[in-house]
Ligand binder design. Structure first.
Ligand code: SIN
Ligand code: CO
Length: 377
C-alpha cells in the first residue's frame, strides 16, 4: 500500500491563497504515483449493487445520464462516455490512502474519493460543485478548463438530471498528466475532457449547509430550554395605535431570542453532523461480540475502517469522540490514543495492549467498535 505518498505542495501558501478561493494546478503533485485502482477494477466495482455509479455519455450537446449498477454491455458505447464511481475509498483501502494527501485540512472536511474512467473525448460537461475538490489524474491525460464563479443563479442547460452550465467563460486550461492535481474551489466552473482514455480521482470535501447547522443547533437548544418560558414585556410602553407591532416590541423579541441562544450549552451537534456516514454500516451483535472476544484474546492491533467518519474535540478535561454521526465523552487520558489513531489510522499490538489494560481506554475502544469505526487486526 502506498501510504508513503507525499503531496508536493506548500501547504501554508495553498491555504492562504487558494483554499476556497482560486484554482491551483499542482504539477507532479505526487512523485512516483501509481493509480491505486485500474480502469478495469473500477468498471468491475460499478457492477456491485450497493455501489453508487453513473455513466454520462454525450454526442456534442446531447448529454445522457445512466445510473448503475452496470454490466459489461454498458461499457460498449457509440459516443464519448465517462463512468463515475462514488466513495471508492470506502471499498478500496488503497484509494482511501489518497485522503492522507490532504491531511493538512481537518479530516472531517473530507467527504469521499470519487473515481472516474473516461473514453477518448469523454466528459461530464461544464458544471460547478458546491464543494472543494482535488482532481488527481490517474491514468492518461485530461484537459481541464476552469471558468467563472457560479452560484444558484447561474444559467443551466435545460436537462432533467444533469446540472450543466449554459455559459462557460474559459479562464485557464490545464492538460493533466498522471500524478498532477488540479484543485478547484466551490463554485468555480470546470470542464474536463479526456484525451485518450483516462482515469481521475476526485478527493471531494463536505461542508454542511448553514440551514442544516441552524436546524441542528436549534434542535439541541430546544432540548435545553425550559418550555414554560414565555414572551414577556414588563414595563411596556402605552399603545397609542393598538393594532401595531412596534419596533420596541420586536426589539424585545430579538433580545429574548438572543438570551435563549446565549443559554445554549455544548456544540456536539456539530461533530455529529460533520461525521455523519454516507452509508450506514454499523456492526451487528454477532460481529460485535466476535470483535470483543478477539480484543480480549490479545489482538495484533486495530485499524480504521475505510468508511469511518471519526473526529474529536477537547473540552474541559474531556475528549468528545464523534464516530459515524454519534458522540461520546471520555476522560482526556484517552487523548494520546485518539491522536495516534487519527494520525496513523491504526494502533499496533503494544498500543492496543496498553489501551485494553486501562478501563477508560477500553471503553473508548469498545465505542469505536460499536460505531463501526475500527476493525480488529
Ligand atoms: C470527472 O472525474 O470527470 C468529474 C469530476 C468533477 O468534475 O468534479
Ligand atoms: Co466537478
Amino acid at each position: 500500500m502506498s501510504s508513503d505518498w507525499e503531496l508536493n505542495l506548500d501547504k501554508e501558501q495553498f491555504l492562504a491563497q487558494h483554499w476556497q478561493k482560486a484554482p491551483l494546478l499542482i504539477r507532479g503533485a505526487i512523485k512516483n504515483f501509481k493509480p491505486p485502482i485500474s480502469s478495469d477494477e473500477l468498471a468491475g466495482l460499478a457492477y456491485e449493487e450497493e455501489v453508487e455509479a453513473r455513466i454520462v455519455e454525450h454526442q456534442e450537446d446531447n448529454w445522457q445520464l445512466f445510473h448503475g449498477p452496470f454490466s459489461a454491455t454498458d461499457y460498449q458505447r457509440k459516443h464519448p462516455w465517462t463512468l463515475l464511481v462514488q466513495a471508492v475509498d470506502q471499498y478500496i483501502p488503497e484509494v482511501a490512502q489518497l485522503r492522507k494527501l490532504v491531511d493538512f485540512i481537518p479530516q472531517w472536511r473530507v467527504d469521499d474519493v470519487m473515481a472516474s474512467y473516461a473514453s477518448d473525448g469523454g466528459s461530464v460537461g461544464p458544471h460547478f460543485d458546491n464543494y472543494d475538490v482535488f482532481l488527481l489524474q490517474g491514468e492518461g491525460h485530461r484537459l481541464w478548463k476552469t471558468g467563472q464563479f457560479c452560484d444558484s443563479s447561474s444559467p443551466l442547460v435545460d436537462h432533467d438530471s444533469l446540472r450543466l452550465l449554459s455559459q462557460f467563460n474559459t479562464e485557464a486550461e490545464y492538460l493533466l498528466e498522471p500524478g498532477d492535481i488540479l484543485y478547484v474551489p466551490p463554485g468555480i466552473a470546470h470542464w474536463g475532457t479526456a484525451q485518450g482514455e483516462c482515469t481521475t480521482f476526485s478527493i471531494g470535501f463536505r461542508a454542511p449547509r448553514i440551514t442544516e447547522m441552524v436546524s441542528r443547533f436549534t434542535d439541541a437548544l430546544i432540548e435545553q430550554l425550559d418550555p414554560d418560558l414565555f414572551y414577556s414585556d414588563a414595563r411596556i410602553e402605552v399603545a397609542t395605535r393598538p393594532g401595531e407591532i412596534r419596533p420596541r416590541d420586536l426589539d424585545r423579541v430579538s433580545a429574548q431570542i438572543q438570551a435563549a441562544l446565549d443559554q445554549s450549552e455544548g456544540n456536539h451537534w456539530f461533530g455529529e453532523l460533520a461525521t455523519e456516514p454516507r452509508y450506514e454500516q454499523f456492526p451487528d451483535e454477532d460481529e460485535l461480540s466476535e470483535a470483543r472476544s478477539q480484543l480480549s484474546d490479545g489482538a495484533n492491533g486495530i485499524e480504521l475502517n475505510s468508511a469511518a467518519k471519526l473526529a474529536w474535540q477537547h473540552e474541559a478535561g474531556r475528549v468528545v469522540v464523534f464516530a459515524n454521526g454519534d458522540s461520546r465523552s471520555f476522560s482526556e487520558s484517552i487523548m494520546p490514543l485518539q491522536i495516534a489513531l487519527s494520525d496513523a489510522w491504526k494502533l499496533n499490538k503494544a498500543e492496543l495492549a496498553a489501551a485494553c489494560a486501562d478501563p477508560e481506554s477500553s471503553g473508548w475502544l469498545d465505542y469505536l467498535l460499536e460505531s463501526g469505526c475500527v476493525f480488529i487486526l
